[in-house]
Ligand binder design. Structure first.
Ligand code: LLP
Length: 383
């Protein structure tokens, strides 16, 4: 969204901070994703709810026909409430509690992505006691290091996630032998904010090796869930508002054999760009060598910079004044409550609207009320 296109007159009526969602951009993103997989009838894209569970966003994504990728009972319930069809819901997570499994079984969700033999056994017992069958994929740890932030890689061997790829055969045999479990496929996920398609190509190669090995041993493969992870251009939200869906899906089209149905679990690439955290400048403080722009939004509203040293583009929507570098900080009593250091902004004054861009993914969904601060509300462009 270009700086001049934010509705500042409307914003002037509202207390800050708040999340502002561009529903037209979300729709354009969804249309692009659907168009990319339209030629593959057995492919299904599930939206990773962890990226943003705002009910209005979920409804728009459900209407577009995507499935939902959930990691908790709360997310399964949010998906059902938003109108996602149960068969399109996949449920992952290393530590599913009994009530969460029961909820999924009761609703008849499309898949449990199982991460350990212990979990498989409990799921079998619960399903048997309920007279249900659990549809299961085995989450395989592909041992591939994606080139991304250290805090958000998941596919390396020493991670807690999934089953090491060398041990998968035993777990598939176990799944095939247990009552009330129907083995349906394999699940992978290598990390998040991945911009190098070579990482996804490496995943495809690993998958192909594994499938060939399973077939040699006469074990079923079923379908493939390749997880999520496609990144966005945080530095260029205006020039590149859409993730490179074409290169992403083409990588899988070129490298995976068409005989396997493929599931995707995209979160960030679907919702990041459509969200902006809007705040006001409370104070401009002259330091010794630097100036601080102190915002009324803090790390409780958007934790990514404090937690992962992630950078988001920051703009002063109210000023076209000379460009000045600021340390842009929040009001929280933590020195890590910094959105960016030395950020060049049009000169800031008290009351200016500051936009923190590309905050639609892992912004609102990771917010807290630390320091007894209320959760920032959300408003939508199509009010
Ligand atoms: N599938 C699985 C199994 C996952 O663990 C994740 C994300 C996704 C799909 C969706 O990945 P995406 O398409 O959004 O990259 N809070 C961090 C990101 C954590 C990602 C966790 N897993 C951040 O703010 O960057």
């Amino acid at each position: 969204m270009l700086k001049g296109s934010y509705p500042l007159e409307r914003f002037a009526q509202l207390p800050t901070p708040f999340y502002y969602y561009d529903t037209a951009l979300l729709q354009q993103t969804l249309d692009t994703v659907c168009a990319q997989v339209a030629d593959r009838p057995t492919w299904q894209v599930h939206y990773a709810i962890k990226a943003n569970h705002n009910p209005q966003i979920l409804r728009q994504i459900a209407v577009a026909g995507l499935g939902a990728d959930c990691v908790s009972g709360g997310e399964v319930q949010a998906a059902l409430d938003a109108g996602f069809v149960p068969e399109g819901i996949v449920f992952a997570g290393v530590g599913k509690a009994d009530w969460e499994m029961r909820l999924g079984l009761e609703a008849g969700i499309g898949r449990f992505n199982v991460e350990s033999t212990a979990e498989l056994q409990v799921l079998s017992e619960l399903a048997t006691s309920m007279g249900k069958t659990a549809l299961v994929s085995i989450r395989v740890n592909p041992d591939i290091g994606a080139h991304t932030l250290a805090g958000i890689t998941t596919g390396l061997a020493e991670n807690k996630f999934g089953i090491y790829h060398g041990q998968v055969e035993d777990v598939i045999r176990e799944a095939l032998s247990l009552p009330s479990i129907r083995y349906c496929g394999l699940h992978f996920h290598i990390g998040s904010q991945i911009l190098d398609m070579a990482d996804f190509a490496a995943l495809c190669n690993r998958i192909n090796d594994l499938c060939a090995r399973l077939e040699r041993r006469r074990l079923p493969v079923g379908d493939l869930n390749v997880g999520g992870g496609l990144g966005i251009e945080y530095g260029h939200p205006n020039h590149l508002p859409l993730a490179d869906f074409k290169s992403y899906f083409n990588t899988f089209k070129q490298l995976l054999p068409p005989k396997y149905p493929v599931h995707f679990e995209l979160g960030r690439s679907i919702v990041a760009s459509c969200g902006t955290l809007i705040s006001r400048v409370l104070y401009v403080k002259e330091g010794l060598a630097r100036k601080f722009a102190i915002l009324d939004a803090g790390m409780n509203d958007l934790v990514r910079p404090a937690m992962y040293h992630a950078t988001h583009r920051i703009e002063n929507l109210s000023s076209d004044g000379p460009e000045v570098p600021y340390d842009v900080v929040g009001p929280i009593c933590e020195s890590s409550d910094v959105f960016g250091k030395g950020v060049v902004l049009n000169e800031c004054h008290r009351g200016d609207f500051i936009a923190i861009r590309s905050a639609g993914a892992y912004g609102e969904s990771m917010a807290s009320n630390y320091n007894c601060r209320p959760f920032a509300p959300s408003i939508f462009s199509d009010f």
